[in-house]
Design a protein around this ligand. Structure first.
Ligand SMILES: Nc1nc2c(ncn2[C@@H]2O[C@H](COP(=O)(O)OP(=O)(O)OP(=O)(O)O)[C@@H](O)[C@H]2O)c(=O)[nH]1
Ligand SMILES: [Mg+2]
Length: 180
């Protein structure tokens, strides 16, 4: 984990949630705190968000280079700010993320890989709780410049390692997703 740069992308508007979901609580902790806790073992720790919106001790806030353009733009800002190497990139809205999730992805890295992503039970990749290499920055910038916004295109499929079998990650988009 020391060799990974942590980057939590938190520049969204939470329009479906209705208030800032990063500050919503699960078991006495905010969603942002929970995701940060899963990445506390990383030496460099970044939150991509507007300056002044969040303060987490030990975490550096990096502003979006293209505010409001979505998580692919958040990844661009993260890859730009990170030292060369691997970035653990997470959404704020995955309260069940654990250090074990990141360690499993880290162990699955290969020499050719530029991204490592968990696959859910339906076989869908999970690009918002995934590893990305800083070498992807020119590709991500070119995608955004061309108007592309889909995070799942950030890495070429042939350089993406998919890992089935990890515990499913709950994704919070509305207050109902927080459970009863
Ligand atoms: N840095 C950054 N992160 C973003 C941006 N847009 C969304 N995100 C983050 O990407 C993650 C997943 O995005 P969504 O579930 O769509 O969150 P959201 O955009 O805040 O919510 P909605 O407005 O309901 O779509 C969350 O962690 C968001 O904070 C952005 O423009 N910049
Ligand atoms: Mg959104």
């Amino acid at each position: 984990m020391q060799d990974l740069t942590a980057a939590v992308t938190a520049g969204g508007r939470s329009s479906r949630f209705g208030s800032d979901k990063a500050l919503a609580q699960v078991d006495g902790q905010t969603l942002l705190q929970r995701v940060c806790a899963s990445l506390q073992g990383c030496a460099v720790r970044l939150i991509v968000a507007p300056e002044g919106r969040y303060a987490v001790p030990g975490w550096q806030v990096v502003p979006d280079t293209r505010p409001g353009q979505g998580p692919l733009a958040g990844l661009e800002a993260a890859l730009r700010a990170a030292p060369p190497g691997w970035v653990a990139f997470a959404g704020v809205d995955l309260p069940d993320l654990t250090e074990a999730h990141w360690q499993a992805l880290w162990l699955a890295c290969t020499a050719e890989a530029r991204s490592v992503q968990a696959q859910d039970a339906q076989g869908r990749p999970q690009p918002l709780a995934a590893l990305y290499h800083t070498g992807l920055l020119p590709r991500v910038t070119a995608l955004l410049d061309s108007g592309e916004r889909r995070l799942r295109l950030a890495a070429p499929p042939e350089n993406t390692v998919l890992m089935p079998g990890l515990p499913p990650l709950r994704n919070v988009n509305t207050p109902a997703d927080l459970g009863p």
